[in-house]
Ligand binder design. Sequence first.
Ligand code: ADP
Length: 309
Amino acid sequence: MSAAIRISDAHKRYGEVHALDGVDLEIRQGEFFGLLGPNGAGKSTLINIIAGLTRADRGSVTVMGHDVVTEYQHARQSIGVVPQELVFDPFFTVREVLRIQSGYFGLGKENNDWIDELLSALHLEDKADTNMRALSGGMKRRVLIAQALVHKPAVIVLDEPTAGVDIKIRNLLWAFIQRLHEKGQTIVLTTHYLEEAESMCERIAILNHGRIVAIDTKHELLNSHLAKSFTISLTCRDTVRHIPEALAGKVTAQQDNWLAMELNKDVDTITDILEGLRAAGIEVTDIHTERPDLEDVFLKLTYGNENAL
Ligand code: ADP
C-alpha cells in the first residue's frame, strides 16, 4: 500500500529563513498523525506544500502517490485541508458554501446527500440556510471542516482545528474526527494542545527550525527522549527528623512532614523506598508521582537547555 503522504528532502527558504531544511516524512494510510512544533517551526509551510499552495524549493511530495506539482489535480482531489484562519464569503449560506466547494471538484447534485450527512454529523443542520456572517466562531470552524471533507478526500489535514474553540465544541469536533479515523480516514493534525496530540495521535513528529527532531509513537517518544528519573512527593504522619542514609541522597526537597525525591526508573522502586522509610520509623500517609508527559519531551526537544535558564 502506498503512503498517504510521502515527503522527501523538502526544502523551503524565505530569504534568509530556512523554513524547511530537509524534511523526510512518510504518513501511512489510515494513520492518525500529529505534527507538532513551536511557532515558526515550519508546520504551516509543510502543510501548504502538501496542499499544493506553496512549492518546495527542492525535494518531492506526494499525496496518495500523486506528486503535488506534476499531478496537482489528483493530489488536490486526495486531500482536504482545514486551515487555521476563518475566511469565508459572508453572503453565502452554509449550504451554498459547501455546494460551491463541491463544484470546484466537479461534483453536482449527486453530492447533496453527502453534504446533508456532513451538516448533520457536525450539528449544523439548523444553520444550513444561515448566512456565514451570522455564525459563531465555533460554527464557522465546523463549516471549515465540512468544506474540507466535501469531496471525500482520502487524507484530511487539520491545522489547529480547536484553536479558540470552547470545550463543548472541542469535544464534539474530536468525537467527529475520531469517527472519521475509525472509518479509515488518514488524519494529519497540528495542534498547540499537546494533551490533544497525546490522547489522539498514533504517531507524532516534532518539527523545530525546519527539521524533524523526533518521530515516533507517543510511548516511544516518552521512553527514548526523557531522562530516566521521575519525582515522587510523600506526605508523612509526623515531621521527618532523620532520613535513612541510603535514601538521603534522593531527597530533593523537604519541609515538616513532606518530602520530594528524585528516583531512577531503572533502579528504584516505590515499594523499596516506602519500606526503607518504614524501617526508619517514618510512616507515609500520601504519595504522589509525577511522570513526564509529552509536554516535557516537546520542551526538551524544541527548547533544550534554553528552557532551563
Ligand atoms: P509554523 O507554522 O510552525 O508556525 P511557518 O511555516 O509559518 O511555521 O514558518 C516557518 C518560518 O518561515 C518562520 O520563520 C516564518 O517567519 C517563515 N515564513 C513562513 N511563511 C513566510 C512567507 N510567506 N514569507 C516569509 N517568511 C515566511
